[in-house]
Design a protein around this ligand. Structure first.
Ligand code: SF4
Length: 338
């Protein structure tokens, strides 16, 4: 089983160097060196993905934990992760996967991952835990096999992702969750190692290509919880003509930012959530099992997905248990994909 394949989306440059075009970093990579993600390497003037099929994480999770709130709520997915990242967030809470060159499981094929999902009666396959964009060839091959098996596909990404690979991935990608860390360009540049405008361009393109879109927003008290940024996000989305679910994620000190006093409390989340009061019913608080996290009908407010229990309870057709596609009270289509 190969664990190294030639990468796509690169150009050869002079002196045997290569230019990777997979993400907006456009790394210029000298022979025997790797790009900023640490897993795409120049070998003899060609660019290779070093970790094809090499995983650090593979386990079933519920859709809310991907997170994915408005696409097949309550179903279980096989979540898959590996090493490396295109960003350097100092507070990364999965840094042991994204930033550390630790041990990996023996290589697996896309078909083996699909077999595991099918055998476990899981709804689909999700690449997350670490950034999946730089694992493009393996993610793409896995999603092609997943679609052939009738499974759904999802990626959780920071959104540092160039146009051509997005266009290649979109036909086999059902849903994506883009992780925003505020909307402050200088914060992105100075602290996270990424360019915010390129993230917004990726979101725009994913929406245009009809990939189901959800957003997370990391709430860092005093940093990413400003009303102006919430307003700017709603303005951006309204110009885009969409209102995806926004899942507020509480900041917890981690990695190199370890100041315990700066953790986001429930009160921080609720205060920030209040800035979205005109956004409708699609703002959630990650990991929160209260009634405020229920999904309600956009028109009459009836609860359609109830959280706060061991499992989600979804309004379903009596006797069959299948989710209803319309609100039982007013007949408005439910705001999520069933
Ligand atoms: S995917 Fe990796 S090597 Fe390619 S441009 Fe991005 S960080 Fe650089």
């Amino acid at each position: 089983m190969l664990s190294r394949v030639e990468g796509r989306f690169y150009e050869q440059a002079g002196w045997e160097s290569v230019s990777c075009r997979l993400c907006p970093h456009h790394c210029s990579i000298a022979p025997s060196r790797s790009g900023a993600c640490g897993v795409r390497t120049n070998r003899g003037g060609n660019l290779y993905l070093d970790l094809y099929g090499r995983l650090s994480h593979r386990e079933p999770v519920y859709s809310d934990d991907l997170p994915l709130y408005h696409f097949k709520p309550g179903e279980s997915w096989l979540q898959v992760g590996s090493r490396g990242c295109t960003m350097r967030c100092p507070f990364c809470n999965t840094w042991k996967h994204s930033q550390v060159a630790g041990s990996l499981a023996p290589p697996v094929s896309p078909e083996q991952i699909v077999e595991q999902a099918v055998a476990g009666r899981l709804s689909g396959i999700s690449f997350g835990v670490n950034e999946p964009v730089h694992l493009h060839e393996f993610v793409y091959d896995t999603f092609v096999a997943a679609k052939q098996a009738g499974l759904h596909t999802h990626m959780a990404t920071s959104g540092l992702w160039s146009e051509a690979p997005i266009r290649e991935m979109a036909p086999v990608l059902d849903a994506v969750t883009v992780g925003l860390k505020g909307l402050n360009e200088s914060f992105y540049q100075a602290e996270l190692g990424g360019e915010l405008p390129t993230v917004l361009e990726a979101i725009t393109l994913l929406h245009a290509l009809d990939v189901h879109l959800e957003l997370t927003w990391l709430v860092i008290p005093g940093c990413t919880d400003k009303q102006g940024e919430a307003v700017a996000l709603m303005d951006f989305l309204s110009r885009l003509g969409t209102a995806p679910p926004i899942i507020l994620v509480p900041y917890e000190p981690s990695f190199t930012w370890s100041n315990e006093g700066n953790a986001a409390t429930l009160e921080h989340l609720k205060a920030f959530r209040a800035h979205f009061k005109d956004y409708g019913n699609s703002v959630y608080e990650a990991h929160e099992d209260s009634a405020e996290n229920n999904t309600r009908c956009m028109k009459c407010g009836r609860t359609l997905v109830r959280r706060g229990m061991a499992r989600l309870v979804i309004t379903s057709v009596p006797h069959t248990g299948r989710p209803k596609s319309e609100c039982p009270t007013c007949g408005t289509p439910v705001p999520y994909r069933i």
